[in-house]
Design a protein around this ligand. Structure first.
Ligand SMILES: Nc1nc2c(ncn2[C@@H]2O[C@H](COP(=O)(O)OP(=O)(O)OP(=O)(O)O)[C@@H](O)[C@H]2O)c(=O)[nH]1
Ligand SMILES: [Mg+2]
Ligand SMILES: [Zn+2]
Length: 309
C-alpha cells in the first residue's frame, strides 16, 4: 500500500501547472493538461507569468527551466538590485508603440534590447494606425524601421483590426506571445483583438499628453484560439536593463559591425584614432544619437554588473 501511495504523490508532484497571473501574495495557475485552476502563495518561489511549475499544496516546489524570459531591472529605490521577469516561455515579443505619437527611437532601442535578450523573437508593432493619415504613418514607419535592427515592423489597429492578419501570418504557428510597451499604447486592446474576446480591460489615454493610465496592473496570460496563448503586461514606465546577453549587440548591429573595423580592439568610439564608428558618424552614415544610446545601454549594464559583484 505504501508503494501505491508513493506512486500517487509522484504523479501529483509531476503535474505541470502554468502560472497565468501573479497578484500580491498569490499566483493563479492553470493545469497544463486539464481544465483546472489552482492558487499558490508567492512565498519562496520566484515565478513569472508563463512559467511551468510543480506544486505541493499551496507551495511551488519547482520552476521548470524557461525557454525565454523578458527581464528588466526592477525600478524603485534602495541599494539592492533586483530583477523582474515580466513574462516567460514566450516565443514572440510584440514591442508595441502608438502611431498617433511622435516616434521615440531611444525607447524602442531599449525595449528592443530587452526583447532580444529574452531569447524570444521580437516584432515591432505600431498600433493605432487608424488615428493617423497615411503620409504620417509612412514617415513614422520609416522612423521605426531605422532603429528596428532587422526585426519585422507592422502597422496595425486594434480598433479596426487593420494589419492584424498580416501580423498573425508573420508569427510562427502556435507561438506564445507577449505584449510589452508603454501604458496606453494599446497592449490590452491588441490582446482582445488577437484573442477575439474582451477579456482585458482597456483605459482611455489622458487628454493632454496621450499617456496611459496604467489600466493593466498585473501580467496576465490569455488563451488564444487553437490552444495558443499570450501575455498582456502592465505598461512599462521605464525600461531598465537587466544583464544583457547579446541584446545590445543585436539591437545595434550596424554599430557593432563597424566596430570590427576600428583600429583598436577595445575602441570606446570616443576620440581614438582609426575609429570606424566615429568615421561613420562624421560621414553622416550613422546617427550620433544612436551611438550615444548604445553607449548609454552599455554603461547601464556595466553599472549593474558592478553593483552585483
Ligand atoms: N483609435 C484607436 N484606439 C486604440 C487602439 N488601440 C487601443 N486604443 C485605445 O487606447 C487606449 C489605451 O488602450 P489600452 O489597450 O488600455 O492600452 P494598454 O497598452 O493596455 O495600457 P496599460 O494597460 O495602461 O499599460 C484605449 O482607450 C483604447 O481604446 C487602436 O488601434 N486605435
Ligand atoms: Mg493594458
Ligand atoms: Zn571605434
Amino acid at each position: 500500500m505504501t508503494s501505491d501511495a508513493r506512486v500517487t504523490s509522484n504523479v501529483e508532484a509531476a503535474t505541470k501547472w502554468r502560472v497565468i497571473r501573479i497578484d500580491r501574495g498569490w499566483s493563479t495557475l492553470r493545469n497544463v493538461e486539464k481544465d483546472e485552476e489552482s492558487r499558490v502563495r508567492n512565498i519562496g518561489a520566484d515565478v513569472a507569468v508563463g512559467d511551468i511549475v510543480n506544486i505541493d499544496g499551496e507551495r511551488v516546489t519547482n520552476v521548470l527551466p524557461r525557454s525565454s524570459a523578458i527581464t528588466r531591472r526592477r525600478s524603485g529605490e534602495g541599494a539592492r538590485v533586483q530583477k523582474d521577469v515580466i513574462a516567460s516561455n514566450v516565443d514572440v515579443v510584440l514591442v508595441v508603440q502608438a502611431a498617433d505619437q511622435e516616434v521615440n527611437p531611444r525607447r524602442i532601442e531599449r525595449e528592443l534590447t530587452v526583447a532580444l535578450d529574452s531569447m524570444a523573437a521580437p516584432v515591432l508593432v505600431l498600433n493605432k494606425c487608424d488615428l493617423v493619415a497615411p503620409p504620417v504613418l509612412d514617415t513614422r514607419m520609416d522612423e521605426v524601421r531605422r532603429v528596428s535592427a532587422g526585426v519585422p515592423v507592422h502597422a496595425v489597429s486594434a480598433t479596426t483590426q487593420e494589419g492584424l492578419s498580416k501580423l498573425i501570418d508573420d508569427l510562427p504557428t502556435g507561438s506564445a506571445i507577449a505584449l510589452i510597451g508603454a501604458s496606453g499604447v494599446g497592449k490590452s486592446s491588441l490582446a482582445n483583438a488577437l484573442s477575439g474576446s474582451e477579456q482585458q480591460s482597456t483605459g482611455e489615454v489622458r487628454e493632454g499628453d496621450q499617456r496611459g493610465r496604467h489600466t493593466t496592473t498585473a501580467a496576465e496570460l490569455i488563451a488564444l484560439p487553437n490552444g495558443r496563448w499570450l501575455v498582456d503586461t502592465p505598461g512599462l514606465r521605464v525600461v531598465s536593463l537587466w544583464l544583457s546577453g547579446r541584446g545590445i549587440e543585436r539591437a545595434f548591429p550596424e554599430i557593432f559591425a563597424l566596430a570590427d573595423s576600428c583600429k583598436f580592439r577595445d575602441c570606446k568610439h570616443e576620440t581614438e584614432p582609426g575609429c570606424a564608428v566615429a568615421d561613420a558618424v562624421r560621414s553622416g552614415a550613422l546617427d550620433p544619437k544612436r551611438v550615444a544610446s548604445m553607449k548609454e545601454l552599455v554603461a547601464e549594464e556595466a553599472e549593474l554588473e558592478e553593483l552585483m559583484e
